[in-house]
Design a protein around this ligand. Structure first.
Ligand SMILES: Nc1ncnc2c1ncn2[C@@H]1O[C@H](COP(=O)(O)OP(=O)(O)OP(=O)(O)O)[C@@H](O)[C@H]1O
Length: 702
């Protein structure tokens, strides 16, 4: 790599300042691991555990947890928080007597991989003493599990069944600085639960920068007007512990000049590392599947052009919708003499250890959701990451030996321009699912809820409007019975839940559950790169004139008729792993539906019933082709936004007059994904109030 291109920089961790008001602070101690030159990989697991920086704080952590309701732990990535603290707690007896220690993560992949690692360290079978739960997958044994890893979203669902989370003795909310919506709701609820269960202990693990606000949040108490809260109850002051020391040193390198094309810059950096640096895998952070595919393609071309440096590279993508078996490849050992390059979205950013990774290449960007409550449009846009993310990314190197991180932005930019932490997801997202969950938990005054950061009131009002129009909330903004309560039980977007509930009356629940399962995963088709023509032809074999939803039913039928064959999927450009996932989700949804008293019935080809059920959930996503539009421009009925049918839809270029869509994606334009034709009279049938209240004078005139 041309040395003058890179400028080494120091990205030192900030030392937590002593806080006022009784906050506990421990002086830094040096990690033996950081100066160790021994090959970590060859040490026994027991001695590996003792070398982690957090080990020196074992007694302090256990003391603080014993004596404080809430302990906030900050520390460098790789110091051992996630994998060690739950084990210390178990060793100290917090899982005795059938109690369980929970550790939440914002991402599913992290839950699975951390749980496997801890099971391995404890030498137990995953799913017994150590287990995990993510949506649609429960690998625990209620009679045996003592340490449970789970997403924060799953823990929220558990609160619905057990409002005080009585089986947990300690709940560790990991990576709290990521501020996902679920983490924020969880923090608010846990604070409430603590008032009723003083014996419950919370551990919040967070980046340094967020520690103060977390501490303030748990310290202050709103005056609650519940029957047992007549008096202002002073809260126990949370303890803050700073775990100093990192796993191994990570040298940070910056570009000298800003790069104009981060995909190209990524590829040339990877090839330079491969050409000039000693053995070790490379982890690259890009923004999404499109970037990742482009980088892989470019890497193949460049490597082909310069055969000298291409040999020995194994390039693997990593993103959330990738089938599980392909995701698992990134964890498999790199064959001798080879170098693995994992090109990932930010799903590999936190809590993940890829053993062979020595080099990290950070593009400085990620895809983030931004919601505009005025236009009601949610955009997934490529945006700069925060310093907290940059540190997490760098921390993926240096976990089992010293590493290097190449940042594709300047040091000046990092120091002066990059924001310290990202905007909480709560403040940039649609809140429909969040509101229904809170309602189901009995939180009626949502605007007055004790949030770590308040959501925008406009977004809340929008969410209330949608839920009201779906018949999920009544005039007093309370969950309706039974629809509201039932919709809250289904772990999906309330529009999908409503569609499932409506299918009961329309006699097509089997079909609608299939559609719901397919809509829950990103795509059932293989990526079109390089095979677009073949993919389009394959789609045509299943295409229904009514649109994508009905096409999904044809695909599913074909898959079942083939005996769920992988060859059949391959031949039809269908993603076999995705189809297996559909079967799995479908089974879960059938069980949920049965629990809710839905009769599982097939409409035996009565597609009209299916389309009406879809409309009952998605009427708010209706749009009409603009008269005289030559380029397929539609306007949404709510909001009059300009939208187009996505090229992946079977209705692309067909342009029927009236459609509803599942979601919008925005690139050069706003595109509707998963589109179905409708008769406009179904809209007023499905939601008379909603269409009466729209300002457009005659929204559904033919
Ligand atoms: N699957 C694994 N294989 C090998 N070593 C691992 C594995 N998982 C964890 N480790 C070791 O344990 C260390 C601590 O990991 P842990 O996830 O507990 O750190 P952490 O402090 O929670 O950091 P982060 O916030 O970055 O996840 C890693 O740096 C690595 O040395």
């Amino acid at each position: 790599m041309p040395q003058q291109f890179w400028k080494p920089g120091a990205d030192k961790p900030r030392i937590l300042e002593d806080e006022e008001g009784g906050v506990v602070f421990f002086a830094p101690s040096l990690s033996s691991a950081s100066s160790s030159s021994s090959r970590f990989g060859y040490a026994s697991i027991g001695s590996q555990r003792q070398r982690l920086p957090v080990y020196k704080y074992r007694t302090a952590i256990l003391y603080l947890v014993e004596t404080h309701a809430t302990t906030i732990i900050v520390g460098e990535t790789g110091s051992g928080k996630t994998t060690q603290i739950p084990q210390y707690l178990k060793e100290a007896g917090w899982a005795d007597g059938g109690r369980v220690i929970a550790c939440t993560q914002p991402r599913r992949l992290a839950v699975q991989s951390v749980a496997s690692r801890v099971a391995e360290e404890m030498d137990v079978k995953l799913g017994e003493e150590v287990g995990y739960t993510i949506r649609f997958e429960d690998v625990t044994n209620p009679a045996a599990t003592m340490i449970k890893f789970l997403t924060d979203g799953v823990l929220l669902r558990e609160i619905m069944d057990d409002p005080l989370l009585t089986k947990y003795s300690v709940i560790m909310v990991d990576e709290a600085h990521e501020r996902s919506i679920s983490t924020d709701i969880l923090l608010g609820l846990l604070k409430k639960i603590q008032r009723r269960r003083p014996e419950l202990r919370l551990i919040i693990s967070s980046a340094t920068i967020e520690a103060k606000s977390m501490s303030d949040f748990f310290q202050t108490s709103k005056k609650h007007r519940g029957p047992e809260d007549h008096e202002f109850v002073p809260r126990k002051v949370p303890a803050v512990l700073s775990v100093e020391g990192r796993g191994f040193n990570v040298q940070i390198h910056y570009v000298v000049e800003p790069v104009s094309d981060y995909v190209r810059a990524t590829v040339s950096t990877v090839l330079s590392i491969h050409d000039q640096e000693p053995a070790g895998d490379i982890l690259v952070f890009l923004t999404g599947q499109d970037d990742i595919d482009a980088a892989i393609q470019l890497l193949a071309e460049e490597a082909h052009a310069s055969r000298k440096i291409s040999s020995g590279l194994i390039v693997l993508p990593l993103y959330s919708s990738l089938p599980r078996a392909e995701q698992d490849l990134v964890f498999s050992p790199t064959p001798r003499g080879k170098r693995k390059v994992v090109i990932s979205t930010n799903i590999a950013e936190t809590s993940l250890t890829l053993e062979g990774v020595v080099y990290v290449v950070d593009s400085g960007f990620s895809k983030q959701q931004f919601y505009n409550p005025i236009s009601d449009i949610e955009n997934l846009v490529v945006a700069p990451i925060s310093k907290a993310s940059a540190r997490q990314r760098a921390g993926r190197a240096g976990r089992v030996r010293p590493g290097k991180c190449y940042r594709l932005y300047t040091e000046e930019y990092f120091v002066n321009e990059m924001s310290s932490v990202g905007i909480p997801e709560m403040q940039r997202s649609k809140l429909v699912s969040c509101v229904i969950q809170l309602k189901a938990l009995g939180i009626d005054n949502i605007l007055g809820f004790d949030w770590p950061a308040s959501p925008p009131p406009e977004a809340m009002i929008r969410a209330l409007e949608v839920l009201y129009s779906l018949g999920v909330l009544d005039d007093d903004a309370k969950l309706t019975s039974p629809v509201g309560f039932q919709a809250a039980e289904i772990p999906l977007d309330p529009m999908i839940s409503k569609m499932i509930l409506s299918s009961n009356q329309l006699g097509c629940s089997e079909e609608i559950i299939t559609i719901a399962a397919i809509l829950s995963i990103q795509s059932i088709w293989v990526s079109g790169k390089g095979v677009q023509k073949e993919l389009d032809e394959a789609k045509l074999r299943f295409a229904a004139a009514e649109g994508d939803h009905v096409t999904f039913l044809n695909v599913y039928k074909g898959f079942l008729q083939s005996g769920k064959s992988s060859q059949w999927c391959h031949k039809n450009y269908m993603n076999y792993q995705a189809m297996k996932k559909v079967i799995e989700i479908r089974e879960q949804l059938r069980r949920t539906a049965l629990r809710l008293g839905i009769v599982l019935r097939s409409c035996e080809g009565d597609i009209l019933a299916v389309r009406k059920a879809v409309t009952a959930g998605f009427f708010a996503n209706a749009s009409r082709l603009e008269a005289f539009s030559h380029n397929g421009m539609y306007k949404t009925i709510r909001g009059s936004q300009e939208v187009y049918i996505h090229p992946s839809s079977v209705l692309f270029r067909v342009n029927p007059k009236w459609v509803i869509y599942h979601s919008l994606v925005s690139t050069d334009r706003q595109y509707m994904r998963n589109v179905m034709t409708i008769d406009p009279s179904w809209l007023t049938e499905a939601a008379p109030h909603f269409f009466q209240n729209l300002r457009r004078p005659d929204p559904i005139a033919h």
